[in-house]
Design a protein. Structure first.
Lengths: 387, 296
């Protein structure tokens, strides 16, 4: 009996081992085709980009230059150091400041003030570093970061708000819900090259263009839209000029397109997120006598926050990667007011053949995306309510 | 009207609430309709302009007097859209075949098999979703040009391989399938194993037939991705041999310039296949995207 049981257990153990070995082999074999392609075209290029950025590489590989290509961006290492120190202080100050808010003991007021001071100091040092960099570094690159930021701030919040509003309305008992959802999603799946062509003629600078006819209806003189490098604020009568004056009208036109093509995606995702909120919570609130508005503000918004967080994150990453529609909608007369970083990198590489300069810029962009993702995770991730 | 006055006051206020509710509802519909109009208008404008004479596009009529179907014929032949269209179809089909093959296998391995290194590889895959194309574009271009490692045929610029192989696997599709495959009950696998099934047969005969929905979603996203691709094809096609529609349309924009009507006809040609597929499968599409979005 005893030996028999042992026999079975050793037998099953060896069978188990055999299965484990089989699993190991099958697992590797099954992932292999995907691994090869993703490694060659997705992972290896990152390392190779870093390698390229250390040389003077124009079409063909030249001599090793170390950090020279990065130096061209920042002007000098000390500039970068000042900027990073400012950023570090800013983050530190922020944490002290927020900690002070959380604790209730007597020292909190002092910590509060100290935190605020460090925060301000960090901000000042950061701006100083940026100024130094702007003087001696690569203006084109730094400008492109500002344009990218304008583009991100112009599109992502609007897309989130419009997406949530449309989804919330669709979530009520609406006749033709499916049809609405289908129409809203349409711009997201159609090729942006094709739809951008339509936006080009709608927002053309001709007096008879649709956009100009529309504003003419309200008594506004024709505008140059895609061809207008002046800041929108300037056109509204404010005394500002250049990139510091906010996004140009040309960029705003591209922002319109960005919002138009992306809102439907957010609507669809929000809609399914709303479906996941338990009905009981609403029913309980209704019995407590909350108004519809209260319920939206105190139940829907917090319950939907993980979705909002996800959409904000991919929205920001998306704007930093955006290329196709900006590339086809830009005009020479809009100058650098529509050149985002991903376009600048492409121009350096494709038109100017400065491969190593382009890779160095791309890597700095990548690091910025990583940093923003981490910051967003830290900041918003803590506030998000996961039901 | 007289009846209304005769009703008790309580009833009347109830009716008022009712009217208020209807007005509120009407307001919601108004927002939805305005939204729908804004979303659909550029498509209407595209089609209406594609059927106008050149004169009509300049005077900005809303609809053409007589639909000029000849514009489509001209765009199709004059701008060699027929060639680009065929290229796009072939590139999309090849990419999809490869994508399905790699992502079903890898999705299954990540979702259902325990093996060493699984989590590391999976994390590595997911990390690639955050990387901007700007970083990978230049090395990939050198790679395809045959500058980094020798390629069969010297260079892959202007070849079918350059346009398909790099897109034959992506983390998103693998992730999507893995989520679904992992939810399949283990009892199914146990039963199949007793019958002498190995992983491959189980995958083909049991898992794939019950996973039509997620596989369909991968197909649809792969389809739009391959069909809408622009930056990479622009880079690796210097001749018409394998140039796809999007690059062709972009070239046509610069060539046709003021010929708005032909340009719009070209644009309509590029979106028709996407529209057809979308309308046939739109439920799958929006549901697929919703589930992937939330799991992200």
């Amino acid at each position: 009996m005893e030996s028999n049981r042992e026999l079975i257990s050793t037998k099953s153990r060896s069978a188990f081992k055999q299965q484990a070995l089989k699993d190991q082999i099958t697992g590797i074999l099954f992932t292999f085709p995907a691994l090869i392609i993703i490694f060659i075209f997705g992972i290896f290029p990152i390392g190779y980009s870093i390698y390229m950025s250390l040389f003077n590489w124009q079409v063909t590989k030249g001599p090793y230059v170390g950090g020279q290509n990065y130096l061209l961006i920042f002007g000098s290492w000390s500039n970068l150091l000042v900027l990073l120190a400012g950023l570090g202080l800013f983050v530190l100050g922020f944490f002290v400041w927020r900690k002070a808010f959380q604790s209730l003991n007597n020292g909190s007021r002092l910590a509060h003030i100290a935190g605020a001071l460090v925060l301000i100091l960090g901000g000042v040092i950061f701006v100083t570093g940026w100024g130094l960099m702007y003087e001696t570094g690569n203006k084109d690159f730094l400008n492109s970061l500002i344009v990218t930021l304008y583009y991100a701030l112009g599109t992502v919040p609007a897309e989130i708000i419009l997406g949530l509003v449309l989804a919330y309305i669709l979530y009520q008992d609406i006749i033709g819900k499916e049809a609405f959802r289908m129409i809203y999603f349409l711009p997201y799946i159609t090729p942006s090259i094709s739809t951008a062509v339509v936006f080009q003629i709608i927002f053309s600078s001709r007096e008879t263009s649709l956009a100009n006819q529309l504003i003419g209806f309200f008594g506004i003189d024709p505008l140059r839209w895609r061809f207008e490098p002046k800041p929108v604020l300037n056109l509204l009568g404010f005394d500002v000029s250049g990139l510091a004056g906010g996004p140009s009208l040309a960029l705003l036109t591209i922002i319109f397109f960005g919002i138009w093509s992306f809102v439907g995606y957010n609507t669809v995702i929000f809609l399914s997120g709303l479906g996941n909120i338990p009905k009981e919570i609403y029913e309980a609130a209704e019995m407590d006598g909350g108004s519809k508005w209260d319920r939206f503000w105190h139940i829907t918004i917090p319950m939907i926050s993980p979705v909002t967080f996800y959409l904000t994150l991919i929205g920001f990453i998306g704007t930093f990667k955006a290329f196709n529609h900006i590339y086809v909608m830009r005009t020479p007369s809009a100058q650098n007011t529509v050149v985002t970083t991903s376009l600048l990198v492409f121009d350096r590489f494709y038109k100017a053949n400065q491969y190593s300069v382009a890779t160095a810029q791309a890597i700095v962009l990548f690091v910025i995306i990583l940093g923003l993702t981490l910051a967003q995770n830290k900041l918003m991730g803590e506030r998000v309510f996961y039901g | 009207m007289d009846n209304l006055a005769a009703l008790p006051t309580t009833k009347k206020t109830k009716k008022d609430i009712h009217v208020g509710r209807i007005l509120g509802k009407a307001f919601l519909y108004l927002i939805l309709l305005v939204g729908a109009l804004i979303f659909i208008f550029p498509f209407f404008w595209m089609i209406s302009n594609s059927l106008m004479t050149l004169g009509e596009t300049i005077t900005r009529r809303f609809l053409p007097d007589v639909p000029q179907w000849i514009n489509y014929k001209e765009a199709w032949f004059q701008a060699s859209f027929s060639k680009y269209f065929l290229n796009s179809v072939l590139i999309t089909l090849g990419t999809l075949a490869g994508l399905l093959f790699t992502s079903i296998l890898a999705g299954y391995a990540f979702g259902r098999i325990d093996f060493k290194g699984k989590n590391t590889i999976f994390a590595l895959f997911l990390a690639t979703m955050m990387i901007p194309e700007s970083v990978t574009l230049i090395p990939n271009y050198l790679l395809i040009r045959g500058n980094i490692i020798p390629l069969p045929g010297g260079t892959w610029i202007n070849t079918y391989w350059a346009l398909t192989i790099p897109f034959m696997a992506n983390a998103f599709s693998i992730f999507l399938l893995r989520q679904f495959f992992a939810q399949i009950p283990n009892e199914l696998w146990d039963a199949a194993r007793i019958d002498g099934c190995d992983h491959l047969r189980f995958l083909v005969q049991v898992v794939m037939p019950i996973s039509k929905a997620p596989i369909m979603t991968v197909l649809l996203f792969g389809f739009t991705g391959a069909w809408n691709a622009f930056q990479w094809p622009l880079l690796v096609t210097t001749r018409d041999t394998w140039r796809p529609l999007m690059v062709g349309l972009h070239g046509f924009v610069q060539e046709a310039g003021p010929q708005t009507n032909l340009l719009m006809a070209g644009a309509v040609i590029t979106i028709i296949p996407i529209l057809v597929v979308y309308f046939l499968t739109q439920k799958q599409f929006t549901q697929g995207i919703a589930t992937t979005g939330l799991k992200g």
